[in-house]
Design a protein around this ligand. Structure first.
Ligand code: ARG
Length: 254
């Protein structure tokens, strides 16, 4: 009985230890497949076209993983759950337009940025253009984003409304439940083009950021291999082609 108990305790402890250990590059290679998580609700970066996951960063990840000689299995989840899953080894990497922030860098290891962008102010009223204009206003942002972080830093904003999805924050602006929406510059551009009737007015950039894929904290073997493959994708013209297709410009960081 005593032996049995200690065996169970050992087994449980072992499972717990294994569960929190991120897969190394070698383990992923042996498996032949990398598991990458994204949100799927952030067009044009990651979104669903019918049942097919696609978007700029989805295509970039597919190019990178192909260079790594691996198969890619996608998982799609709520934005807020993505980085936590890395620590629990539920997937190997996340590519979901995360800006490299100090706070996040404490929890995950970022690979090299796959594009540069920033948060932009969108409103229905053309007079709401910059940070000062948000004084006394109600602003919509997606929960857990750098948009939330940066709007919270402003003084004088009347209220910051959080939405689980960026598309909900966008809808709040359309239905005039808020005065402004802060989101990615390219997301806002596409939303404005797609809903010409809504009458979005794009204001100034509130901040700029470098957007990068994330791996479990300390999984540098995987990050290095990803960076090497990504450098090839940047060099061989395939990144430029995908960028041109989505944005008609090259969005790489300089
Ligand atoms: N760039 C912003 C950030 O770093 C927003 C990312 C939102 N991504 C998404 N898949 N909804 O937080």
């Amino acid at each position: 009985m005593k032996f049995f108990k200690s065996a169970v305790v050992t087994a449980v402890a072992l499972c717990a230890a294994l569960a929190v250990q991120a897969r190394t590059l070698d383990e992923i290679k042996k498996d032949g497949k990398i598991i990458v998580a994204t949100e799927g609700q952030f067009a044009p970066f990651n979104f669903f076209e019918g049942t097919k996951l696609t978007g700029f960063e989805v295509e970039v990840a597919e190019l990178v993983v192909k260079k790594m000689g691996l198969k890619l299995e996608w998982k799609t989840l709520g934005f807020d759950a993505l980085l936590t899953g890395l620590g629990q080894s539920r997937w190997d990497a996340v590519i979901a337009s995360h800006g490299v922030t100090e706070e996040r860098s404490k929890a995950v290891t970022f690979a090299n940025p796959h594009y540069c962008s920033g948060g932009i102010i969108v409103a229905m009223d053309a007079k709401i253009r910059n940070a000062k204009d948000l004084t006394g206003k109600v602003v919509a942002v997606q929960t857990g984003t750098s948009y939330l972080e940066n709007v919270q830093k402003l003084t004088g904003v009347k209220e910051v409304k959080n939405f689980p999805q960026d598309t909900d924050a966008q809808r709040a602006l359309i239905s005039k439940r808020v005065d402004a929406w802060v989101s990615d510059k390219f997301v806002a551009k596409e939303a404005a083009a797609k809903n010409a009737k809504a009458g979005f007015k794009l204001g100034d950039m509130l901040f700029i950021e470098r957007i990068a894929p994330a791996m479990a904290k300390g999984n540098t073997g995987l990050a290095d291999a990803w960076n090497k493959a990504f450098a090839e994708v940047l060099a061989d013209g395939t990144y430029a082609a995908v960028s041109k297709k989505y944005f008609n410009e090259d969005v790489r960081c300089n």
